[in-house]
Each structure stands twice: as C-alpha cells, then as structure tokens.
Design a protein around this ligand. Structure first.
Ligand code: HEC
Length: 179
C-alpha cells in the first residue's frame, strides 16, 4: 500500500470514529422520539386555542390513553404517556398584525410543526437539574412526521419549573377533557 492510500484510510478511520462519538454524544444529550403515527385517530384532542407565549400561533393538543387515564384517575401522567401539540400559524390583517376574529380569537392558518412529549422511566437521568422535566423527552417533527433534529434544551428549560403540574402547561385541560 502506498503512503497516499494509507493516509486516505487513516483519515477515513479518524472520521468514522469521530462520527460515532458525535452520535453517542447526541444520544446522551437528546433522545430521538418515535413519531406517533396515527395520533389523530387514536389520541384524544383536549385543547385547541391561542398559544400563551407565541402571539402569532395557535395550538391543538392531543393525549394518548395512558396520559388521559392517568389524568382522570389522580392527575398524574404515568410512564408511557405521550402528548402531541400541533403548532399552527395565524391569519394576518392588512397591516401584517395577527388578525382577531369577531369572537376575539386568532384565526388558524396552516400547521407548521408537531411537538411531542413522551414520558418513560429514567429518561431524565442524563440531564442536569435545570433541564430535568420528570422523565419527559421532547421532539419536534415536520407536518409530514420527519424529525427536525432541533436542539431540545429550550423546551426542557421552559417546561422545567412546572413540577406542580407534571411539567405540562395544559394539565388542567387534560384532567377536565370531555369525551
Ligand atoms: C418559552 C416556553 C416554552 C418553550 C421553549 C417550549 N414550550 Fe412547550 N409549551 C409551552 C406552553 C405555554 C404550552 C401550553 C400551550 C401554549 O400556550 O402554547 C406548551 C405546551 C406544550 C405541549 C403540550 C403539553 C403541555 O405542556 O401543555 C407539548 C407537547 C410541548 N409544549 C412541547 C414542546 C417542545 C417539543 C418544545 C421545544 C421544541 C417546547 N414545548 C418548547 C411553553 C414552552
């Protein structure tokens, strides 16, 4: 083998080693969730309305049966709970401001992304205190269900203070969900 070939192989080995390391690092930082295929048929929609911190979005939130049953039983969301939040843009008026409808609400435009939370035992272990969220993991998907591979640190940081409501903003709506 000539030196040139050796060098190429050497570089390839180093690169593949580095990729493996990065992959392991990603896994440690942020676990990829499985897209909850078919949730519109199998989950319960329990909230639909204007978003609190995003003035130009509306949201629809769905829960699987594990989350719904837990919320109804004692207000706790057991391991296996999955929540799905569809994020929609809003219609603007002539000035480019978010339009308010005759009933004082934002008017939904197209869906832009799908946010998912899933809770499983031990899923918080790798995170520092300020990013712990009661064993929930977060992920963001396109409307076609592709993982957008976003950094979930901001998600965790904003949901982290909600230890009194299972780290979920809309828990009261889930507990009170009507069939
Ligand atoms: C700045 C605060 C903030 C950040 C950052 C944030 N969220 Fe939330 N999240 C909220 C609020 C507030 C709600 C309640 C609905 C609303 O008003 O938007 C919510 C609701 C949710 C829900 C429905 C369950 C619940 O808690 O009510 C999911 C799922 C969710 N967020 C996932 C995510 C994901 C994934 C990310 C990151 C890509 C994220 N969130 C980032 C504030 C935040």
């Amino acid at each position: 083998m000539n030196n040139y070939r050796k060098a190429i192989i050497g570089i390839a080995v180093i690169l593949s080693g580095a990729t493996a390391l990065w992959a392991a690092d990603d896994l440690l930082q942020d676990r990829a969730l499985e897209y909850p295929t078919g949730y519109r048929d199998t989950f319960t929609e329990y909230f639909r309305g204007d978003r609190l911190f995003e003035h130009d979005q509306v949201i629809r939130i769905y829960a699987n049966d594990v989350a719904l049953d837990g919320a109804k039983l004692d207000g706790m969301l057991p391991y296996g709970s999955v929540l799905v939040a569809e994020l929609f843009t809003t219609i603007e008026d002539e000035d480019g401001d978010v339009k308010e409808s005759a009933i004082g609400r934002r008017i939904s435009g197209p869906m832009k992304a799908i946010a998912v939370m899933e809770r499983q035992s031990g899923w918080d272990e790798q995170y520092p205190e300020e990013l712990k969220v009661g064993d929930w993991e977060f992920d963001l998907f396109s409307t076609a269900g592709e993982n957008l591979n976003k950094d979930m640190t901001a998600c965790r940081a904003c949901h982290n203070p909600l230890s009194d409501s299972e780290f979920v903003f809309s828990l009261e709506h889930l507990i009170a969900a009507q069939p």
